[in-house]
Ligand binder design. Structure first.
Ligand code: SAM
Ligand code: DTB
Ligand code: SF4
Length: 336
């Protein structure tokens, strides 16, 4: 099978065999796939904004925004359009190419569709790719968001089907797959991945990657989050996962999803530069930039500038991304 053909028939055993290779062999495969499919080595930069914070009816055991847990977060109303546009302008100035708006909602309500649609159109007009994560979708809503200019819908599977019930009880794995199906049917690109470090075992990490690999076509973005422990949530005292285990998951995703952006997502704030460099070297080609994620901190411009200088990864210019042009730069082979 050529390196650039996404496969949808991975067995769990095959993914496990890959995941458990000696780390150098696994990362070697990941980097070969990256070289073939992403020859310019471009790093995609997304920036998050919480447009509606807190007060969420779901009980996701990792989340600061659930009403089920006392996390000390103050719930806020939907952000006004002008504040969203100002944040998008700042994100673009800071070098982001995709702007992702997140809401602490169980599901999108029809009455909010026009407001979110206006935000999407306004952000798109700033020359940014658009992404939203708004909870579950109902018939017709995905089409309205797409018509407004939405590029990506983010909705994570979070973990394996077996472990899922230990993390969330108020919606099912199938509910999540159903929302992903609705977004895909409306013609949107998908951003879906999961969280590591929630007390799951390696088999659950492998199971998550296996479930994602069955999506046809593959999600265009695969975010791999390291749990940001939130005090007051059931998972707030989880033992941290090792960075090498994160590297295995990222490298396995790089191989299984050869054409997808693989994002080193939440969790960078607590990592050293060297740890983040390892995860970029394992094949991640996307990060969240800016000093905030949704309700927690992210490294921000100065630390990220130092990190990207250290690894020498470049981002495509906005102009190049808009025109679909590649930024000329050294390929991994040229650099050897
Ligand atoms: N409410 C919507 C939903 O859950 O679909 C959208 C926002 S929700 C915060 C988006 C995703 O962020 C979750 O599915 C989860 O994967 C991730 N996330 C939330 N809290 C996190 C945490 N503490 N650490 C890592 N990832 C987290
Ligand atoms: C994703 O996979 N991670 C982002 C985004 N998609 C929506 C969210 C991370 C949230 C981290 C915890 C917080 O800031 O509340
Ligand atoms: Fe609500 Fe999303 Fe947090 Fe779950 S992850 S509690 S759905 S905001």
């Amino acid at each position: 099978m050529p390196f650039d053909m996404p496969r949808h028939d991975w067995s769990r055993d095959e993914i496990r065999a890959l995941y458990e290779l000696p780390l150098d062999a696994l990362v070697g495969q990941a980097l070969e796939i990256k070289r073939v499919n992403w020859p310019d080595g471009k790093l995609q930069k997304s920036q998050l904004l919480s447009i509606k914070t807190g007060g969420c009816a779901e009980d996701c055991g990792y989340c600061s925004q659930s009403v089920h847990f006392d996390t000390g977060l103050t719930a806020e109303k939907l952000m006004p359009l002008d504040e969203v546009v100002a944040a998008a302008k700042r994100a673009k100035q800071g070098g982001a190419d995709r702007f992702c708006m997140g809401a602490g909602w169980r599901s999108l309500k029809d009455r909010d569709v026009p407001k979110v649609a206006a935000m999407i159109s306004a952000v798109k007009a700033e020359g940014l790719e658009t992404c939203v994560t708004l909870g579950m979708l109902e018939e017709g809503q995905a089409e309205a968001l797409k018509d407004a200019g939405l590029d990506y819908y983010n909705h994570n599977l979070d973990t394996s089907p077996e472990y899922y019930g230990k993390v969330v009880t108020t919606r099912t794995y199938d509910d999540r797959l159903d929302t992903l199906g609705k977004a895909r049917k409306a013609g949107m690109k998908l951003c879906t991945g999961g969280i590591l470090g929630m007390g799951e075992g390696r088999e659950d990490r492998i199971g998550l990657i296996h479930e994602l690999s069955k999506l046809t076509p593959h999600p265009e973005s695969v975010p791999i989050n390291m749990l940001v422990p939130i005090e007051g949530t059931p998972l707030g005292k989880s033992a941290p996962i090792s960075v090498t285990e994160m590297a295995r998951a990222i490298a396995t995703c790089r191989v299984v999803f050869p054409k997808s952006w693989v994002r080193l997502s939440a969790g960078r704030e607590g990592m050293s530069e060297g740890e983040q460099a390892l995860l970029l070297l394992a094949g991640a080609n996307s990060i969240f930039v800016g000093d905030r994620l949704l309700t927690t901190d992210n490294p921000g411009e100065d630390r990220d500038g130092a990190l990207l200088d250290a690894v020498g990864f470049e981002a495509a210019s906005h102009e190049a991304m808009e025109q679909g042009l590649e930024t000329p730069k050294k390929t991994l082979i040229d650099a050897r």
